[in-house]
Write a protein that binds this ligand. Structure first.
Ligand SMILES: [Zn+2]
Ligand SMILES: [Zn+2]
Length: 398
């Protein structure tokens, strides 16, 4: 079973294999710690604790110690010291899994975890499918599939619950029809009178109160992985989250949160806002609505820190790093991809040739018109690769 290494450096859990002396790691989808060398498997210590939400007001009122930027982990197996800002990783020298005893770091402790379910082999076939379905991808993209260096990483997320009550001021629009008269002049200069139905809107003042309870509004707890990509990995089976146990992290990397819970709550409120505005519009009724002002009160705000499992593959193309993420629960793939300029050009040329052939055939059939070929406006030069999304985030130091 896991043993606690505590002596001078960061207290952490180590996972020696009871059978062969190597180390056991959490095996995705199995609920066991398994030795990759001898196959010995032992059940994860699931504990008896249930996943709980914590009171946010209490957290906000508590002075939290400033956690050191990095910690030193002394490997229980080889004695080497690894400096790292991760909550878990492998020893940089012998590869033994190390999982920090989080209480000792002065950070908010993870409450829940969705353990890895998609293992490396399934991750690679998901990537393969993704690559095959990319149009105009350079052949180099195929290398991402063989990305042996893909990392299994737990990414910190905050979830927030809140009861909200919102007072709003706005307007309710009701449509009505009027008959309008208009005149036209015909080609001989005679003027004619017509009528038509025109829709108009009468606006009324509207105000009221709406209430909504939010559950598990999910906010990324790290800015080190592109947020728009992270958001696309949703939905997560949040109801399957288990209470945090260090065993689930053995053999994987775990990022610390760098978005503080207060900042996370601000983001959560921004996520709630459009839902509340929608409620206001429904409350206003009528045919169309305007919402001028919403003032929301939040009560019983609770939070938890949740670790979500993601495979991160990074590959270089044209000297630039590209990142691909795989949801390690649903196998959903989200990523940046380069475009192959010459594949696009070849396809466009093939298309033009086809059009040319059709035009020629039609012309030939109709008895020999003269055809001038329209100059196509294709930029054949340009960049070898363009990005699906802009803004490059650093590989999270993996
Ligand atoms: Zn073993
Ligand atoms: Zn070591």
């Amino acid at each position: 079973m896991a043993e606690l290494i505590d002596g001078g450096t960061t207290a952490h859990h180590a996972y020696p294999c009871e059978q062969c002396g190597a180390s056991v790691e959490f095996a995705a989808g199995t609920g066991t710690l398994t030795c990759p060398y001898c196959g010995h498997a032992q059940q994860v210590d699931v504990g008896t604790r249930e996943v709980r939400e914590h009171d946010f007001a209490t957290l906000a009122a508590t002075q939290r110690p400033v956690a050191p930027a990095t910690q030193d982990y002394r490997c229980g197996k080889c004695g080497a010291v690894t400096t790292s800002d991760h909550l878990s990783q492998k020893c940089g020298f012998c590869g033994s899994p190390m999982v920090a005893e989080v209480e000792t770091l002065g950070l908010v402790e993870p409450e829940a975890v969705l353990p890895f379910e998609v293992d490396r082999a399934s991750m690679q076939s998901a990537l393969q499918k993704w690559v095959r379905s990319r149009w105009f991808a350079p052949s180099a993209l195929k290398k991402v599939v063989s990305a042996e260096q893909a990392h299994g990483v737990y990414l910190p997320h905050w979830t927030f619950d809140a009861r909200t009550r919102s007072d709003y001021v706005g307007q309710r629009g009701e449509h009505y029809w009027v008959t309008e008269t208009y005149t036209t002049t015909d080609s001989e200069g005679r003027s004619q009178t017509h009528t038509r139905q025109v829709q108009k809107t009468r606006w009324y003042h509207a105000s009221g109160t709406v209430a909504r309870d939010f559950d598990d509004v999910l906010v990324a707890g790290t800015g080190r992985v592109m947020p728009e990509h992270l958001a696309k990995l949703s939905p997560w089976p949040l109801d399957k989250a288990l209470s945090y146990q260090p065993d689930y992290l053995a053999g994987y990397e775990t990022l610390r949160y760098d978005v503080e819970p207060e900042a996370g709550l601000d983001v959560a409120k921004q996520e709630m806002a459009p839902v509340i505005e929608n409620d206001c519009e429904r409350d206003i009724g009528g045919d169309v609505q305007r919402v001028h002002q919403v003032s929301t009160g939040y009560a019983d705000v609770t939070y938890k820190l949740l670790l979500l499992p993601v495979w991160i593959a990074t590959y270089l193309y044209g000297g630039k790093p590209f990142q691909v993420l795989v949801n390690a629960r649903t196998a959903e793939v989200v990523g940046q991809r380069p475009w192959s300029a010459w594949k696009i050009v070849l396809t466009v040329l093939a298309g033009l040739l086809l059009i040319g052939a059709i035009v020629w055939a039609v012309v030939a059939a109709q008895g020999g018109w003269t055809v001038s070929v329209v100059n196509s406006d294709l930029a054949l030069s340009g960049h070898p690769a363009t990005r699906e999304s802009v803004g490059l985030y650093a590989d999270p130091g993996l």
